[in-house]
Write a protein of this length. Structure first.
Lengths: 273, 273
């Protein structure tokens, strides 16, 4: 049986579920590893609670900033903290526009109301901005600045792109999302394809979530170790253990892989085997 | 944060997700164990795909047999086979009626159309009837018999109650569902409460899924070993490994525990800790 009639919202939920279950993923929550405060069940609960906002996106009407805010609000109702903020930044336009081309067209149409809603969503999470960011989410003045400059949500992403690879996807046409989807289709079906695609993206770019948390040198070292794992010169299990030990979790690559799985599913990639 | 506004459909999905993630559960698919053809991801995909039918049940209108059929149809679209047929038999009336009292009132109102829809759902699964059952789902004559006798879905459950503890819940007022919910609330929150409640039900009744697959003696022995585990005389991990080795999976108790989690969540039990 295949799911030819899978809805875009279901595809997005399936992508969230498959990403978190895939293992071993160095440093992140997966089937074999919880963080003390954020467990597998929190990611899966968010997957369930995101449904309403994803259905809202699926209609292709309404405002993307507002829908991201709804997704963050609805998945905030557990003790696991932020699980999918970055994933929603990618998934909501992808579901709204059905695919990457549609997402790019949709984000071109964002306006200042989307930017304001997005900052309100951001404020609900514990995600950190770069230190001393001019548009600091914790500074009440930020919304005033956004309104005065009439910034669209795409402008906000342009502002964040240098330091955030998820925001960069908006600005550069979802190239890593596209690459991850192509990798999944090249590698094959199921769990192992997700782990391989994850490692391959991790080996190609420093994860900006790691940069924000630990600095560029740690992110670059993590990227280099991912290359060694891909080349067979280092064990994936050892890499995973080290990342966990040092609290290094490539959260932005995980967000992008979710968008890649969503995209690949829409192009006929099979998660089932 | 708590989810005070959680919808009944979401509560049912959360129950399905929490049950399959809880570990170690002797013999069943859980976070630490897949079957070759049915994996954690299949159970979680069914949890996502069940949403539409659970929302249909949530309206409290329509026909229960038809809604069970929709749930089975919508969750049949992966290669993992039947994951939640027994769970839907309990969850659909519970969501339809909101709680056990409402479910009992709803199942009293089932008629022959529910029974026919249910048998059509049954035929979509690979679930086995007792050998030589008079109402064999694989016998095309069965629907004629049901129609001739004007059997309601509750009558069908009465017919099956002796050999199926899920059907027995309908006939006897959901006593094990109730007991499991009470156990969860007594034991505490989260994953360990689910494992303990599961073991306690397994120690109190022979699982009818095991009886159908391996006979009464194996089911009785499994029940007795569960008692030893509860008494601390036997290791849960060893019990799990033995069940897996011998292909013994207490699937009916798992279905009932899902109904118990749904019920407990509706009464304020916290899965989060």
């Amino acid at each position: 049986m295949t799911c030819l009639l899978m809805r875009a919202a279901e595809r997005a939920q399936l992508a969230m579920m498959l990403e978190v279950c895939a293992y071993p993923k160095p440093g992140n929550v997966d089937r074999c590893h919880d963080y003390p405060d954020t467990r597998l069940e929190h990611f899966l609960a968010s997957t369930i609670f995101a449904r309403t906002a994803l259905e809202e996106a699926e209609t292709g009407t309404g405002r993307i900033g507002e829908i991201i805010k709804h997704a963050v609000r609805d998945t905030n109702c557990h003790k696991g903290g932020n699980t999918h903020f970055g994933a929603f930044i990618l998934l909501i336009p992808l579901v709204f526009g059905k695919n990457i081309a549609g997402a790019l067209s949709a984000i071109e149409k964002t306006d200042v109301s989307d930017a304001v809603a997005f900052y309100k969503a951001f404020a609900m999470t514990s995600v950190k901005m770069k230190a001393a960011d001019e548009l600091d989410v914790n500074d009440p003045h930020t919304l005033t600045v956004i309104r005065e400059r009439d910034m669209t949500l795409l402008d906000v992403m342009r502002h964040s792109a240098e330091n955030d690879m998820v925001a960069r996807e908006w600005v550069t046409g979802f190239p890593l999302t596209r690459r991850g989807a192509d990798l999944l289709k090249q590698i094959g079906s199921g769990r192992q394809a997700i782990v391989q695609a994850f490692l391959t993206l991790l080996a190609s770019e420093p994860d900006t979530f790691i940069i924000k948390k630990h600095g560029m040198e740690v992110a670059r070292q993590t990227m280099l170790t991912a290359r060694e794992v891909l080349d067979g010169r280092y064990s994936l299990e050892q890499f995973d253990a080290e990342c966990i030990e040092r609290d290094i979790n490539p959260g932005s690559i995980a967000d992008i892989i979710i968008a890649s799985i969503y995209t690949a599913l829409g192009e006929g990639w099979s998660w089932d085997y």
